[in-house]
Design a protein around this ligand. Structure first.
Ligand code: NAD
Length: 439
């Protein structure tokens, strides 16, 4: 205690005081110097740890989305071969295009890629094979594409480096952008996935397209869901689209605005297609016609939603082959993008088309058609539609697409579902009369 007091308070005033104070200052200074050195070291260590951790989390996040390995001479050769048009020389349809198809392992992406390949266009696909629905179905579609000479890169449209590399390797003439987080109800479970793919992914893709030289023309999938709560039917492209009923619809509507901006500022040629409930072989397991088929075959009940006042829900079901014709017609008629080096050189086309079937069918009617083709009676559980983003009906006016794309749907729901059921039974190894179908 005494020592402590002596050290802190000098017994006599004057020099000693000064000396003692100087000593104290020096001690304090040394002490402070060593403390500040320690403090600086500690700070340095904290900074190193923080930057290591943030690097790790960056690596984790990146690898989560961009885990696919790409690059290298062999990879580039595969990309070039897949992108090369193979139309016969002197073909009336011209030299052919090189199309980058996003979401190529998806339902619509697979059909469009095959159709482009079959007529001699070059196609490269990109897909992140996410697990929104069974990725083995996406892998099987990829295998189908590969057997037709279409290479699908496993990667995310948010990976700007990968996109830049693809445009570096191939001067794509067109982009058919179909990658998206689809589904209306899932948006309540995983809203971030819609922002990731439908907003952030779209912008990353548009940035890559605007930087590419030459700039490609872009055809992309919007959705009939942008008509939201509208009740004037049939839905026309001129109708208002500012009352979305789901986050999915809102991201598609945002996509229409975002693409407009890129058209306006950078001269990208844009065609937005509002698909109306697309169905068919290799379809999406999350859609009602698909899950109804699975449940009916397994003897499980199906839930049939009904609108207010017991009104049946209705959809303008559109067969996949008709949608494919609409997509290819859009690619064929898309005018060129006008920009170079990120600068617009003149006005470029901005178009929006409905691609529907023009004859809505109620859900109970859909179930009866499935029962007929499956030769099994459904166990129906009819319930009031919950407020989950679904709209009571859709109905397309397709006169604009008919006029400008020559779009003319030819497959009705009965014929289309017959083809779907045939594919379903064969894909899942179901033989009529036996219960041992695998899934
Ligand atoms: N099928 C329909 O009834 C329908 C109706 C309206 C609009 N659309 C739109 O048409 C397009 C195609 O739909 P679909 O039915 O083929 O759906 P799909 O889910 O089968 O195909 C989309 C594909 O995109 C991939 N993908 C998703 N996010 C990605 C990302 N960030 N990076 C790379 N790949 C990604 C998925 O893995 C999937 O394979 C989508 O844009 C969808 O919103 C479809």
């Amino acid at each position: 205690m005494r020592v402590l007091e002596d050290d802190l308070f000098p017994s006599t005033p004057g020099k000693v005081k000064i000396e003692r104070a100087g000593t104290m200052n020096r001690q304090l200074h040394r002490c402070f110097a060593s403390t500040s050195t320690m403090f600086l070291w500690a700070l340095f260590l904290v900074a190193m740890t923080a930057s290591y951790l943030s690097f790790q989390s960056f690596v984790d996040t990146s690898s989560k989305y961009f885990a696919a390995s790409w690059g290298g001479l062999h990879w580039e050769r595969q990309i070039r071969a897949s992108a090369a048009p193979r139309r016969p020389p002197g073909s009336a349809a011209g030299a052919g295009m090189s199309v980058l198809v996003t979401g190529a392992a998806g339902f619509v992406g697979t059909h469009c890629s095959l159709a482009l390949r079959k007529r001699g266009d070059g196609v490269v696909g990109i897909d992140n094979f996410n697990a929104y629905y069974d990725p083995s179905l996406k892998k099987a579609r990829k295998a189908l594409l590969s057997s037709h000479g279409v290479f699908v890169v496993e990667g995310d449209i948010n990976d700007g480096r990968l996109l830049a590399k693809l445009f570096d390797v191939v001067p794509f003439t067109h982009v058919l952008h179909l990658a998206a987080q689809a589904g209306v109800r899932y948006a309540m479970e995983n809203p971030a996935s819609y922002v990731h793919s439908n907003i952030a992914g779209l912008v990353t893709l548009l940035e890559a397209c605007k930087d590419a030289d030459p700039q490609p023309a872009i055809v992309w999938a919007s959705s009939s869901s942008v008509y939201g709560l509208n009740d004037k039917v049939p839905f026309s492209e001129r109708d208002r689209t500012d009352q979305p009923a789901s986050l999915y619809a809102a991201t598609k509507k945002a996509g229409e605005e975002i693409t407009h901006t890129y058209n306006h500022i950078y001269g990208l040629s844009i065609t937005g297609l509002r698909f109306f409930t697309v169905y068919g072989p290799w379809g999406r397991p999350d859609m009602a016609y698909f899950s109804f088929t699975r449940n009916i075959l397994q003897g499980k009940p199906i839930t049939v939603y009904r609108g207010k006042d017991h009104v049946d829900l209705a959809r303008d079901f559109t067969y996949i082959d008709d949608i494919v014709k609409g997509c290819l017609g859009s690619l064929d008629t898309a005018g060129k993008s006008t920009g170079t080096g990120g600068k617009k050189r003149g006005p470029a086309p901005y178009r929006i088309f409905n691609l529907g079937n023009t004859s809505p069918v109620t859900v109970p009617n859909l179930v009866s058609i499935l029962e007929k083709h499956l030769r099994v009676k459904a166990k129906k559980n009819v319930v009031e539609m919950p407020g989950n983003g679904d709209v009571p009906f859709t109905h397309a006016n397709i006169s604009l697409a008919r006029e400008q794309l020559g779009y003319k749907p030819t497959t009705n729901l009965d014929v289309g579902l017959k083809k779907f059921v045939k594919w379903y039974l064969s894909y899942y190894g179901y033989t009529r009369g036996s219960k041992n179908f695998r899934q």
